[in-house]
Design a protein around this ligand. Structure first.
Ligand code: ZN
Length: 403
């Protein structure tokens, strides 16, 4: 569901030869980057935006001159195309890996800026270019209602080259006043989730999902595979393939069960939002995580996402820097708060918590605070905890008041 009204205004751009060269080069790198991401997603069977971003981002950056935001957008574009292709495949159609050959590129509010003088600045593979919009002489041109009204802000847009000219499909959006869900007065209850290895997932409501068995079984499988590979016979190879399929099925089953537990936790505590750390942060935080762990986290998030969507629960991601060093009680942040992997002890207020539980609460808090900083929002945001919900700077609300 969309919280916004969306409109598109199409305009031509006035472009110098030099700008044209840069835009052309950018589109070319975009086609290359999106196709590369598409091939990676096709090979790894990954079509979720965040999952593919995690898998393909580094490659796109290495193989193209796209900046970080355009590299991310290219992976998202590829993920959307793969999702479309997979839907066709599910209907029994013959499909192939999507390629990006049309002379078009996506922009968003980070890569495109619209100015009051009806010019835009666009990110390219080198410096930004600033071009004039070629608008109708007639002041009643429909484009003006979006350009001159501050309520409409620029969002996903598309630049297309055609016969040596550039056309910008400027996407605009504004909050949908008729959408109850988008109402700024909406109360939100947030479930924070910390992902890890020892504990696959821990929620702000203190639900722990151990990752030990999954990792143990995976390690054992790897060992047996190593032994079989040394054997090197045809039948050993067949055994490996059979076991790989079984292991993947087993791991997926386990991750489905864990995702169901997280959803149950959210439903039980009447949460409107489930919040994870951004995958890039999880990866930075766990440099020793194996490919298997990364795969497991991606799968888990994608399972939770589609199940949550069906229930009207939203999934959000937060920047999770310092979530493991910050005290979820008093906010004191220090490396010394984390004397061991599992143990959190605040050097200031003395609070002792399981470290992953502390991190899960911080992930949730970060999103709750984001709501407080949004001036349009007047609704309450609160974090779901084991014994009740907590609003920032306000009282504790137990789930059930003992009579
Ligand atoms: Zn503290």
């Amino acid at each position: 569901m969309d919280d916004y009204l969306r409109r598109t205004a199409i305009t031509r751009l006035r472009v110098s030869d030099e700008q044209s060269d840069l835009l052309e080069a950018t589109i070319s790198d975009w086609q290359h980057g999106a196709t590369l991401a598409s091939q990676i997603g096709w090979r790894e069977n990954e079509d979720s935006k965040y999952g593919l971003q995690q898998l393909a981002y580094d490659n796109v950056r290495e193989e193209t001159r796209l900046g970080s935001q355009h590299a991310i957008l290219a992976t998202h574009q590829a993920a959307s195309a793969l999702t479309g292709v997979n839907e066709l495949k599910d209907k029994g159609r013959k499909v192939s890996c999507p390629e990006f050959t049309s002379p078009t590129i996506k922009y968003d509010a980070n890569t495109l800026t619209l100015f009051d003088d009806n010019t835009v600045s666009l990110t390219t593979v080198e410096s930004r270019v600033r071009c004039e919009l070629v608008l109708p002489e007639d002041e009643d041109g429909y484009q003006y209602q979006f350009l001159s009204d501050d309520e409409w802000s620029v969002t996903e847009s598309t630049l297309t080259a055609r016969d040596g000219e550039y056309f910008l499909h400027l996407g605009f959006r504004k909050p949908n006043p008729f959408d109850e869900q988008a109402s700024p007065a909406e109360d939100r209850t947030v479930l924070g989730v910390d992902l890890g290895i020892e504990n696959l997932a821990v929620t702000s409501t203190a639900h722990f999902e151990s990752g030990k068995k999954l990792v143990h079984d995976h390690d054992q499988f790897e060992q047996v595979r190593g032994d079989l590979q040394q054997t090197g016979t045809q039948s050993a190879h067949r055994t490996i393939v059979g076991r790989e399929n079984r292991e993947e099925r087993y791991s997926r089953d386990k991750l489905h069960r864990v995702s169901n537990e997280i959803i149950d936790e959210a439903v039980e505590h009447e949460c409107s939002h489930i919040v994870f750390e951004d995958l890039a942060y999880i990866r930075d935080r766990m440099p020793n995580a194996k490919k298997f762990h990364q795969w497991a986290h991606r799968k888990l998030i994608s399972f939770v996402t589609y199940k949550a969507e069906a229930l009207g629960i939203r999934i959000e991601f937060v920047d999770a820097s310092y979530t493991s060093q910050r005290c979820s009680e008093c906010g004191h942040t220090s490396r010394g708060n984390r004397p061991s992997q599992a143990h959190f002890e605040c050097g200031k207020c003395g609070k002792i918590l399981h470290a992953d539980y502390n991190a899960a609460k911080n992930v949730g808090w970060r999103f709750v605070r984001r709501g407080l900083n949004d001036s349009r929002r007047t609704g309450d945001s609160q974090l779901a905890l084991k014994s009740g919900t907590v609003k920032p700077n306000r009282g504790f609300i137990p789930y059930s008041v003992p009579s």
